[in-house]
Design a protein around this ligand. Structure first.
Ligand SMILES: Nc1ccn([C@@H]2O[C@H](COP(=O)(O)OP(=O)(O)OP(=O)(O)O)[C@@H](O)[C@H]2O)c(=O)n1
Ligand SMILES: C[C@](O)(CO)[C@H](O)COP(=O)(O)O
Length: 242
C-alpha cells in the first residue's frame, strides 16, 4: 500500500494520534526473584501482560504500542504471549542498561509521525487505570508534557548530617507513570546525554518544558519488592468483574 501523505489523513488537533512505550527492560534486582519481575504471575498472568491489556483498551484509542524488554528476554516474552494467547499487537524492542536507555530504544522504534503523543509507562505498574492514562494524554495535548502523581500519605523528613527536618508534604508529589509527551519534545529530550539525576521521563524533559502534573492513583503501584506482589494481588481481586 502506498504511504498516504500527511495531508490526506490529518490528525484532528483536538485528538492527536496516541502512542505508548511500556518499559520492561529491567532485571528486578530488588525483587530478587528467579526471573525479571515483569514475568512474575499475578492471578495467573505475567505482570507485563496485565499492563499491556490496560493500554490495549480500545477506549484509549492508542494506535501503536512498543514494549521494551531486556535484550536476552524477547524470546521468553514471545513464548509467554503464545502460552497466554495474547492477540494484542505490539512491537518488541531490546532495552538498555538503564531505564533512560530503554525509553530511548523504545522511542527509536516508534514509527515516524509528524504529530502525536507518546505515553511512557513502567511495564511493572499493572494496575494503572484507564482514567489515569486518559488524563495524561489529555493534559499532554494541551501542555506538551504531563505526568501522573500523588501526594505522600506519610510525614516526610529530609535527612542530613545535622539530623532531619520535617517537610511540607502538601508541596511534595510522588511521581508515577504514565508520563506523556508530544513525541517531538520527548525525542529532543532523549537526544541529550543521560544524567545521573534522571529518575523518570519528567526529569529528562524538565529543562525543555514544564511538566503538568495530573492526578495519579494510589492503586497504580510499581511492583518493586516482594510485598508489592501481595498488595497487587489483593487490589486486582477487588476490581469489579474479577
Ligand atoms: N534498564 C532498564 C531498567 C528499568 N526498566 C524498566 O523501568 C521500570 C521501572 O524500573 P524498576 O522498578 O527500577 O525496575 P528494575 O530495574 O527491573 O528493578 P531494580 O531497580 O530493582 O533492578 C520497570 O518497568 C523496568 O523494567 C527498563 O526498561 N530498563
Ligand atoms: C519512573 C518511576 O516509576 C516514577 O516513580 C520511577 O522513578 C522509577 O524508579 P526506579 O528507580 O527505576 O524504581
Amino acid at each position: 500500500m502506498a504511504p498516504s501523505s500527511p495531508r490526506s489523513t490529518p490528525a484532528p488537533p483536538h485528538h492527536p494520534r496516541r502512542f505508548a512505550i511500556l518499559v520492561a527492560g529491567g532485571s528486578g534486582t530488588r525483587m530478587a526473584a528467579d526471573r525479571p519481575k515483569q514475568y512474575l504471575l499475578l492471578r495467573g498472568e505475567p505482570v507485563l501482560l496485565h499492563t499491556l491489556r490496560r493500554f490495549a483498551d480500545p477506549a484509549l484509542g492508542i494506535s501503536e504500542i512498543v514494549v521494551v524488554l531486556p535484550a536476552d528476554q524477547l524470546e521468553t516474552w514471545q513464548q509467554l504471549c503464545t502460552r497466554h494467547q495474547v492477540r494484542i499487537p505490539h512491537a518488541l524492542v531490546p532495552g538498555g542498561a538503564t531505564r533512560w536507555a530503554s525509553v530511548k530504544a523504545g522511542l527509536g522504534a516508534l514509527s515516524e509521525h509528524p504529530a502525536g503523543l507518546v505515553a511512557v509507562h513502567d511495564g511493572v505498574r499493572p494496575l494503572v487505570s484507564g482514567p489515569v492514562v486518559e488524563r495524561t494524554y489529555v493534559a499532554a495535548a494541551t501542555h506538551a508534557a504531563a505526568a501522573a502523581a500523588v501526594m505522600p500519605k506519610d510525614s516526610v523528613r529530609l535527612v542530613s548530617q545535622h539530623g532531619s527536618a520535617a517537610q511540607n508534604r502538601s508541596r511534595l508529589r510522588l511521581m508515577q507513570t504514565p508520563q506523556t509527551f508530544e513525541i517531538d519534545l520527548l525525542r529532543r529530550a532523549y537526544a541529550m546525554p543521560e544524567l545521573a539525576s534522571f529518575t523518570d521521563d519528567a526529569t529528562v524533559v524538565d529543562d525543555l518544558c514544564r511538566v503538568q502534573l495530573v492526578e495519579g492513583d494510589y492503586r497504580n503501584l510499581k511492583i518493586t519488592t516482594p510485598e508489592d506482589l501481595i498488595i497487587a494481588e489483593a487490589l486486582l481481586s477487588s476490581e469489579p468483574g474479577s
